[in-house]
Write a protein that binds this ligand. Structure first.
Ligand SMILES: [Zn+2]
Length: 100
């Protein structure tokens, strides 16, 4: 893949849009799962198209399996430096290294 020259203004706009979509997804996750998931998928698409990496704060805040933001129902356990996150929606389990 040939990388085009990056335009910092476009990157900024894309990041702004992603943050916005993520906020919307968070607002919708209680009332409308489908819409929340759509917002998350959209932000992933933008990131992919713009060839940018989602900020870790966003990347870790939703389920990569079903695309739903983690909420109060989500179970998080920390054991031996591994943070285990279980999605309340699809039961997908994700393990992340826990740093502090
Ligand atoms: Zn899930």
């Amino acid at each position: 893949m040939v990388h085009k020259k990056r335009d910092p203004r476009l990157d900024g706009a894309a990041m702004e849009r992603i943050t916005q979509l993520h906020g919307l997804a968070g607002d919708m996750k209680q009332s409308d799962h489908i819409l929340a998931q759509r917002y998350i998928r959209l932000s992933e698409m933008i990131a992919e198209r713009m060839d940018i990496t989602l900020p870790p704060g966003i990347k870790r805040s939703y389920c990569r399996n079903c695309g739903l933001p983690y909420g109060t129902e989500t179970r998080v356990r920390i054991k031996n430096g591994i943070c285990t996150v279980a999605c309340s929606n699809c039961r997908n389990i994700r393990r992340l290294p826990y740093k502090y």
